[in-house]
Design a protein around this ligand. Structure first.
Ligand code: HEC
Length: 167
């Protein structure tokens, strides 16, 4: 009897799954754990938590890790309007690693998001942040939506004066 090609294909996939991928994943795991650790370190020292984690900067960083990077209700208001640090746990969960790298290297967000920090970050560190956020997993609510200049914010805001004139 001739084997049906789909059944044959399925058989190959199943047999690959049982032994070979186990060997691969145990080799990859220490590397992934290292990335996750580095991502946590970067979230602490590269300022991500300072803005994207509610209360972080006001509690000397004393916020449990499972509440990190869920965005903030505190608005940042200036000539650009009012921006809210995004819930990275939700927004980054939707991205593949490659999409994240592309975004980090090219996107320009509104103030005070230091997008140039992401642009200048080494790819290894960008990957570390990505895998740390994936490891934390999606959680929380989206941050309030951006408000254009002149539109009143409902909650508290930090108000910036216009930037100094360029020399
Ligand atoms: C000074 C405050 C501040 C710091 C520090 C900061 N962010 Fe942001 N971030 C913001 C704000 C505000 C926005 C929303 C900008 C907008 O609406 O265009 C934002 C937007 C973003 C976005 C894009 C929007 C999205 O939905 O994903 C990403 C990604 C991001 N931040 C990642 C980071 C990472 C990673 C770090 C640490 C390296 C960081 N931010 C540090 C304030 C900050």
């Amino acid at each position: 009897m001739k084997s049906h090609p789909i059944i044959l294909g399925l058989f190959i996939v199943l047999s690959l799954n049982s032994s070979d991928t186990q060997a691969v994943s145990s080799a990859v795991e220490p590397e992934l754990n290292q990335l996750i650790k580095r991502g946590e370190y970067l979230a602490r020292i590269a300022g991500c938590n300072d803005c994207h984690t509610t209360g972080y900067a006001l509690t000397a960083g004393n916020i449990p890790k499972d509440q990190w990077l869920m965005g903030d209700q505190l608005g940042w208001q200036g000539p650009w309007g009012t921006t809210y640090p995004s819930n990275l746990r939700l927004s980054m969960a939707k991205l593949t690693e490659q999409q994240w790298l592309n975004m980090a290297k090219t996107a320009q967000f509104r103030p005070p998001m230091p997008w140039f920090t992401l642009r200048d970050m080494e790819e290894h560190d960008l990957k570390a942040i990505y895998h740390f956020v994936q490891h934390l997993g999606p959680a929380g609510q989206p941050a309030p939506a951006y408000l254009p200049p002149g539109q009143a914010a409902k909650g508290p805001v930090i108000s910036f004066p216009a930037p100094p004139p360029q020399p």
